[in-house]
Design a protein around this ligand. Structure first.
Ligand SMILES: [Zn+2]
Length: 344
């Protein structure tokens, strides 16, 4: 038993030394060729996502969603250590734990140390900033980690954050339904009706203590159609003592759109539903500032807010610029479609 183990260790050491010698030129080349191939858009990566998703039997939308979320939440330090699009493995994970060479790009050495780095394009280098190598490594890792369709566990291990998990799987659904570039927008109130936008972002508020107004108010009559302004999914809906009947929709750029004081939601809409710009989601009202059902404490209007989330914090910014832009665009209203699963 002991003797066997010893032999194996010795053999491994010899192989390691041999590979180190072979690997040295590869490393030098890699350093010289350190060009960061930057995709002009994430959509340019779709063929790579599909190729390696097929190879490792994972969903290509999951690869894309992990990349998207990672990109949107990269902090300054991460952007400088990984100046390329998408998810970046920790260096030690790429080269292999215990690999004495921190920038080892030789596939043979990486594999010897059970690193994740992959050489997808056959240049005999496994480069973390090469899109094909990186995406292949991600697919390989998901496959090895998730085994029996436990994608959730794999994504958890990547980000170790429940919020990240929710977002990644929601992005998957958005990508499946609308693709990677679902960026069209729509003014959130029917332009066929009379409305007045009051640009009051940041103003003080009269009710609920010292709060700042995190949005703008669009005044319109009771029952004026309220429309989703983006592609996205319904992250939250229900009653809130400030917002009344309110709905929150997040898009695949991690922007959160908040619609409050509705008189009602459109029939059949549920948390988790996908929406597209112009889709009817509810009606203008004056609910809020009290327990469920409270209404009429102020004139009917849509309170509309936009929040940006970078992973470590979320903040509101003035939607006025966007609203002005969307107001000038043609509006196409999509009534809520009844589906066979609707039971209410
Ligand atoms: Zn408001």
């Amino acid at each position: 038993m002991h003797r066997h183990r010893h032999t194996r260790v010795t053999t491994a050491a010899i192989v390691m030394v041999a590979l180190l010698l072979i690997a040295t030129p590869a490393k030098a080349n890699a350093a010289e060729n350190k060009t960061y191939a930057k995709a002009t858009s994430q959509a340019a990566l779709i063929p790579l996502y599909k190729e390696f998703a097929d190879e490792y039997d994972v969903d290509w939308t999951l690869l894309a969603a992990i990349d998207r979320y990672a990109q949107l939440t990269k902090n300054k330090a991460e952007r400088s250590s990984a100046p390329y699009y998408g998810f970046a493995f920790e260096n030690s994970a790429w080269v292999g734990i215990g690999n004495p060479c921190e920038d080892d790009y030789s596939p043979a050495m990486i594999s010897l140390f059970s690193g994740l780095g992959q050489d997808a394009d056959g240049d005999r280098l496994a480069l973390p900033w090469d899109e094909a190598d990186r995406i292949k490594a991600l697919a390989y890792w998901l496959d090895s980690e998730s085994g029996e369709e436990e994608d959730e566990l794999a994504v958890w291990n990547l980000f170790q954050d429940p919020v990240a998990m929710d977002r990644v799987f929601a992005f998957c659904k958005i990508f499946e339904e609308f693709g990677l570039e679902a960026n069209a927008h729509c003014f959130p109130v029917s332009k066929k009706c009379n409305y007045t936008v009051k640009h009051s972002f940041g103003a003080g508020r009269s009710w609920g203590g010292r709060r700042v107004h995190e949005g703008v108010d669009i005044f319109a009559s009771y029952g004026t159609p309220v429309l989703a302004c983006s592609y996205g999914y319904v992250e939250l809906m229900g009653w809130n003592r400030y917002g009344g009947w309110r709905i929150g929709i997040r898009d695949a750029n991690n922007m959160y759109y908040y619609y409050a004081h509705l008189s009602s939601f459109v029939k059949g809409i549920h948390q988790g539903d996908l929406v597209r710009p112009g889709q009817l989601i509810g009606y203008v009202g004056s609910t809020g500032y009290g327990p469920p059902g409270t209404s009429g404490k102020f004139p009917p209007h849509l309170h509309f807010g936009i929040y940006k989330d970078t992973g470590d914090h979320e903040w509101a910014f003035s939607p006025s610029g966007y609203l002005g832009q969307w107001q000038r665009q043609k509006q196409h209203i999509i009534p809520q479609q009844k589906t066979s699963t609707d039971d209410d």
